[in-house]
Design a protein around this ligand. Sequence first.
Ligand code: GLP
Length: 246
Amino acid sequence: MKIVRAKDYNDMSRKAANIVSAQMIMKPNCVLGLATGSTPIGTYAQLVEWYRKGDLDFSEVTTVNLDEYKGLSKDDEQSYYYFMNDKLFSKVNINLSRTFLPDGMEPDSDKVCRDYNKIIADVGGVDLQLLGLGHNGHIGFNEPGMAFEAETHCINLTESTMKANQRFFSSMDDVPRQAYTMGIKTIMQAKKILVVVNGADKAAIVKEAFFGAITPKVQASVLQLHNDVTIVADEAALAEVTDLCP
Ligand code: GLP
């Protein structure tokens, strides 16, 4: 596990985008695992800027996203598809038919999960998986207690995650109660993992997840067992581990 220290959010975003760019340059037809949430927005903005300058080419890239709300369509402003299209897909030369998220509108949850696992297998697995970190240590939507063996599954969101996501919806009643997410097993099968974390409110969970016990109670703690994880975090998020990492 490698920890890259960034000064602030912008520095974190630039450093993370550099790592994604390196992956795209080394393997133009790579499979990127993508994440939503506020943390990676700056990373996507930086990638778009480099694309506009002519430094990056997405034409051969495939993407698979970590998660999607159940019941939200691609046109719903709160869907993760909408987010990805808004922040990245519509701004670069990616082939939209090679961008994948779980299908939020398919009523048969088992089918969504089966299909998504097959898509990930068919594209040859994820080369680089980008991850944010939830306040309770969740990655994707894998909430505390979920078995590490899980592949893509449909989950009931915890109250705390729903509250954290409420800021994006007009009321708590509008926050979806269920979502699809790649499971920990799926995430751990990525060849490389890049975690972005910023802000003082994440300092405690950074310590618990990356320097504490490996336990399903803190889903991100499993990343300690992956052989190629890079965490790019700002000073504020690293505040409680300054003595523990170089
Ligand atoms: C959501 C997403 C996660 C994300 C997390 C943290 O629950 N499903 O993938 O990592 O929120 O979000 P933020 O980056 O906004 O703190």
